[in-house]
Design a protein around this ligand. Sequence first.
Ligand SMILES: Cc1cc2nc3c(=O)[nH]c(=O)nc-3n(C[C@H](O)[C@H](O)[C@H](O)COP(=O)(O)OP(=O)(O)OC[C@H]3O[C@@H](n4cnc5c(N)ncnc54)[C@H](O)[C@@H]3O)c2cc1C
Length: 390
Amino acid sequence: MRADAEVEAFRAEVRAFIAEHGPALRAEGLRVPRDADEERRIRAWLGSLYEAGYLGGGWPEEWGGRPDHLPVHDLVVMEELIRARAYRPLDQVMLAAHEIIEFGSDDQKRELLPKIRSGEHVWCQLFSEPDAGSDLASLRTRAEPVDGGFVVTGQKIWSTDAQWADMGVLLARTDPTVDRHAGITAFVVPMGLPGIEVRPIREMTGDAEFCEVFLDEVRLGSEHVLGEVDDGWRVVTSGLASERAFVGANALQLEMMFADLVALARAARLPDGSAAIDHEDVQAQLAVALARVEEANLITRDTVERILVDDEHPSDGPVAKLSYTETNVALCEAALELLAGAATIGEEGREVAERWRHDFLWSRALTISGGASEIMRGLIGRQLLGLPRA
Ligand SMILES: Cc1cc2nc3c(=O)[nH]c(=O)nc-3n(C[C@H](O)[C@H](O)[C@H](O)COP(=O)(O)OP(=O)(O)OC[C@H]3O[C@@H](n4cnc5c(N)ncnc54)[C@H](O)[C@@H]3O)c2cc1C
């Protein structure tokens, strides 16, 4: 990782910007806005990050990218957002921007990219269906060709932020007679169109991050097609978002979680009044957790070194994702064990304890989104270890 003076100066600049402008949102564990007011402040915050050139720096210059941008700048921005525990941009907005830049028509770019940069538009992904997740190519939502466009009918699920989204990238089947990967088309869909109904799903964290989205004879024009008709598979699998170095920030995330685990062990009091951290078994648990964090961080840093010089191996993403999300689960489980054994939590540990409760409930979701752990293991087996397909 480059740590030269220019990068460190950039880091200082970003840190100062976040300290000055980062909005006081519902701080910890915030992944979804609680109300419309919070949603407005999040959009303004993301818009200001784009305007300052801290997001979208890797976009083509004509759409607002920076001429001096390097992937390491993305990494620095994400690290500083994590360090400040500030609201971070959602993956699906960055991916939508990437897809529009790569496959969008000139009209779509002109219309849609500035609205992402200003924070005016939030996007969602309308990919998964009740019977199509890991095996996305089995999706059944139909887009029937009609004069001048398509009529779409079907159901999507797990669409993050769909209740707030202005636009969605939709995958629908346009030709059921060909190979299942070949007959799929990607669309850019205004979420306010007649026939679209969004129903938030309440999760065990208490938040409603995902939604079901019902599409009932939704009329789309040909100008809504993203890329070519029947070529949607290429659009969604078109490589990684330009901000792919963001993955490196997971190392910092795990370090901060480990610090939280130690803080919890200090604040947790056992029934005899002693601090949990003074007990050998807790110390051993912390040592195991630290070893896992170090291991995951070595893997992440190794991956990022290659990303920064554009020399990735196909299995890098799956290895880094698996190691981060599984370590995240392990840390959350260790924290829950500490909480379960504690008689009381000192005042200084209340905030940390709350954070762990939320993170524990959320941790499994990360092992599913962006490719489930089992799928990652399958990819690693084939791509890295050369094992035959099961
Ligand atoms: C936090 C989060 C955010 C998400 N955001 C979005 C979004 O914005 N838009 C969207 O469209 N979707 C979104 N999703 C959905 C996500 O893409 C799917 O949940 C994911 O692809 C898994 O699909 P599934 O839930 O249908 O599970 P399934 O594919 O049915 O899998 C069920 C279980 O079977 C395992 N399994 C499946 N196939 C195999 C195999 N070949 N080999 C071994 N094991 C297998 C899986 O690993 C899993 O454990 C999100 C999910 C999460 C958790």
